[in-house]
Write a protein that binds this ligand. Structure first.
Ligand SMILES: NC(=O)c1ccc[n+]([C@@H]2O[C@H](COP(=O)([O-])OP(=O)(O)OC[C@H]3O[C@@H](n4cnc5c(N)ncnc54)[C@H](OP(=O)(O)O)[C@@H]3O)[C@@H](O)[C@H]2O)c1
Length: 340
């Protein structure tokens, strides 16, 4: 049985790790879509830091999709609906399934309802499926909704997580406002056009998984400023004392059914001694907690996407959120073994 034919849309930090993982799991990389001129024409495997795959990267997305007609596009280009809507529609209109790390469409029915409906309608019309996943799928939604499945009742869920901007590429580092001045950060934070936080959409996803209806969502965001010059590998610069290393969002979602969902999430450039953590508490009968320390978030992100590939290929057409998918699971065999 042949593995799925995959086009990598975005071959940056995450796209490179995923390329290695899907090749190891038997997928066939038939194309690569990049943006910068220095990647155009280079072998996708070489860009990803693995053996050559005999496939040259191109910046002409439509041409790659039409020439290769893949089963699946793995999209790792951007976080927010405004940046991924066009590329996602381009794939779905061709009847090609898409799996993406884009954070907002993890669950964008509340933050971008019109765009979500358009993605859903386009996917259904062309018999394709769109799923967004990543670290949030496992550590901010699936683990917590499983834990909620072991309580009789609860009033509050509180999450606290940290991740290192330097585990990822420049796209995310720019999103986290790294290297801006405190004044620039406050101006950005005050704009009405600021996109929805990762914490908010993952709480909406958790609410969907737990059968809860969000009524009101609020976010408080605070910059984390450098105390001394701190190197940022993702942007190849040094953040000076007083400049922004990243920020902390505190998201609170009140639900119609009563429970309150909270997530305090810090994404920043680390200083020596810091590591990723993920801590959740459920206040209820009984009160429960879980802690994952020293998480290699970049690897869990990519492995989660790869383990979700059969779910996307097997799902009904449409924009399918993770609450509608089978439980997240390990796939020890080549991916083809799980595809209906
Ligand atoms: N859900 C999660 O758990 C999770 C975790 C990590 C990252 N992410 C998200 O995944 C995205 C990628 O992260 P990363 O760390 O891999 O970032 P990155 O290293 O900056 O890579 C992004 C890549 O996307 C490419 N790209 C951007 N726009 C493009 C376009 N229109 N057409 C073709 N290629 C395009 C860039 O190409 P060039 O190099 O050619 O410019 C770059 O290689 C970010 O938005 C990040 O927030 C999500």
């Amino acid at each position: 049985m042949q593995g799925p034919k995959v086009v990598m849309y975005g071959i940056g930090s995450m796209g490179s790790i995923i390329t290695r993982m899907i090749v190891e799991k038997g997928a066939i990389v038939v194309g690569g879509i990049c943006r910068s001129e220095d990647k155009v024409g280079r072998d996708v495997g070489e860009i990803a830091g693995i053996a050559t795959l005999g496939v040259a990267a191109s910046s002409d997305a439509q041409r790659v999709l039409d020439a290769t007609r893949p089963d699946l596009v793995v999209m790792t280009i951007a976080s927010y609906m405004e940046d991924v809507l066009g590329p996602m529609l381009m794939c779905l209109e061709r009847g090609i399934d898409v799996i993406s790390l884009a954070e907002e469409p993890l669950y964008s029915w509340n933050t971008s309802p019109a765009e979500s409906a358009r993605l859903d309608a386009t996917a259904r019309a062309h018999g394709a499926t769109l799923v967004c996943t990543g670290h949030q799928d496992g550590y901010w939604v699936s683990l917590i909704s499983t834990m909620l499945g072991t309580v009789h009742s609860f009033t509050e869920v509180r999450g606290k997580s940290t991740w290192n901007v330097d585990s990822f590429g420049p796209e995310l580092a720019r999103d986290q406002q790294v290297g801006t001045t405190a004044e620039e950060f406050e101006a950005w934070n005050a704009t009405a056009t600021r996109p929805p936080t990762f914490g908010r959409v993952s709480l909406h996803s958790l609410a969907a998984a737990a059968g809860l209806t969000p009524l009101k969502s609020t976010t408080t965001t605070t910059a984390v400023l450098a105390e001394s010059p701190t190197p940022c590998a993702a942007l190849d610069l040094t953040v000076q004392a007083g400049e922004v290393l990243g920020f902390t969002d505190i998201d609170i979602v009140e639900t119609r059914e009563g429970p309150v969902l909270m997530h305090e999430m810090t994404g920043k450039v680390y200083v020596a001694g810091e590591s990723d953590s993920n801590e959740w508490t459920v206040e209820g009968e009984p009160t429960l907690s879980l802690l994952n320390s020293d998480l290699p978030t970049h690897l869990t992100t990519c492995a989660t996407l790869v383990n979700r590939i059969p779910d996307v290929l097997n799902a009904a057409p449409g924009y399918v959120t993770i609450d509608q998918l089978p439980r997240l699971r390990y796939r020890p065999l080549p991916l083809a073994a799980y595809i209906d």
